[in-house]
Design a protein around this ligand. Structure first.
Ligand code: UTP
Length: 407
């Protein structure tokens, strides 16, 4: 984009302030800023302060393959799952592009040490969990790792330094997710440094298009991968490429599966898997009416019973078919460091603007169908969002100990 083009487009959107100080930048910085301006999604920016909620369709409950059925059919599920793994049809994909702001680390979240008497990094826990399966299968599973511009170099450096925790390096590929410009409460673009717009990772919903943009779809096809299991960086207990989950999804004939846990209470803060206008969909706990949240069946179980834990299995051909469809954009309040008018970097203590994100939960609605697969929370769900309290390093350590992981 040329300076003239940038001036025109910024004027159209009332953002001329962005080029103030442009002449004082060196040519590289000028080029970088013009590139950033060219990448701005103005449709998103227009949502700042306007969009509150994305309208919901008609909701109805959706059951899951429950743990008792899983135990009954484990052998059958596992056989199918291991077969797919041994045929090289399954890949794992770690979502590690988030900022982990709640944890307040100055490093990628996966570098958190969850050990007590020994060092045990979050990344290492995940690799060990994956190795439980690869060792039993006698087959290595390709692992794609999504990072962001903000943590990519450090994440790769860390894996190199740790020798990939013993995982075969040729099976691991990193790719970088896209960034989105952030704005203040008035919808004005902010600079985070002279000649650099303040940006934030664009949410975990863009993982498949970022994988494709990085040229890795060719790798997916070359390896014959038909299923991708995506998972969050911060659930230390999660089972990755769980053969029974893979087998159950394949045998169901559905194009996707979601690991779910039974909600601890009607108002537990987690996305609930249900049907929306007859299609599988994840809705936020606060989007359910009181009646929906609290109604129970004859056995006393909640009707809207199952919450998602960010561990999904997707069939690659279906992902490719929906790649051009646009996910809804969520406008999220955020603390955005910015340069003041007189060039001082301000690090706000309270949210001062918006970031724009798409979320992987919204992909579920684009699938034709989805198999909710129940897992036991105490065995597979220990997310680390904060240092203390609910979903924290403290609670995850307790759960790791309960599951016999030496800390
Ligand atoms: P969270 O929603 O917990 O966000 O991410 P976060 O950025 O890690 O943490 P906070 O909210 O700033 O404290 C859930 C999963 O999605 C990934 C995260 O790395 C985590 O595995 N994620 C999130 C991305 O890969 N990219 C994003 O832009 C956001």
């Amino acid at each position: 984009m040329t300076r003239e083009q940038a001036e025109k487009i910024l004027k159209e959107h009332g953002q001329e302030h962005v080029l103030r100080g442009f002449d004082a930048l060196d040519p590289e910085e000028q080029k970088g800023l013009l590139e950033q301006i060219g990448e701005i999604c103005w449709e998103d920016i227009a949502l700042a302060g306007v969009q509150t909620e994305i309208p919901l369709g008609e909701l109805s409950p959706l059951g899951a393959v429950e743990t008792d059925e899983i135990e009954r059919r484990r052998e059958e599920f596992e056989k199918t799952g291991y077969e797919a793994i041994r045929n090289g049809e399954v890949a794992a994909l770690l979502l590690a592009g988030g900022m982990g702001t709640r944890l307040g680390l100055d490093r990628p979240k996966g570098e958190l040490n969850v050990g007590v008497d020994r060092t045990l990094y979050l990344f290492e826990c995940l690799i060990r969990n994956l190795q439980d399966v690869t060792q039993k299968a006698g087959k290595d599973i390709p692992l794609y790792i999504m990072t962001s511009e903000k943590n990519h170099d450090e994440t790769v450096r860390f894996f190199e330094e740790q020798a990939y925790f013993g995982y075969p390096k040729d099976k691991v590929a990193f790719f970088v997710q896209e960034m989105a410009a952030a704005v203040d409460y008035q919808g004005r673009l902010l600079l985070e440094a002279p000649g650099r717009l303040a940006t934030s990772p664009n949410g975990n919903g863009g993982w498949f298009s970022s994988l494709a943009k990085a040229g890795l779809l060719e790798d997916v096809h070359r390896r014959g991968v038909r299923w991708i299991n995506i998972f969050a960086v911060d659930n230390v207990l999660q089972r990755i490429c769980d053969p029974a989950f893979i087998g159950a999804t394949i045998l169901s004939g559905k194009v996707s599966g979601s690991k779910v846990v039974r909600k601890a209470d009607p108002y537990e803060k987690m996305g609930v898997l249900c049907l929306e206008d007859g299609r599988p969909s994840v809705v936020e706990y606060y989007e359910l009416s009181r009646e929906m949240a609290e109604t129970r069946d004859a056995q006393g179980n909640l009707l809207y019973a199952f919450g998602v834990i960010l561990n999904y299995l997707f069939r690659v051909d279906r992902l490719e078919a929906i790649m051009e469809e646009r996910l809804p954009v969520h406008v999220v309040e955020k603390k955005i460091p910015y340069l003041s008018e007189d060039g001082v970097l301000i690090k706000p203590q309270e949210p001062n603007g918006y970031k724009f994100e798409t979320l992987v939960v919204d992909m579920i609605r684009m699938m034709d169908d989805n198999l909710p697969y129940e897992v036991v929370r105490e065995k597979e769900f220990a997310p680390i969002k904060n240092l203390h309290g609910v979903d924290s390093l403290d609670s995850a350590r307790e759960l790791l100990k309960e599951n016999g992981v030496p800390l």
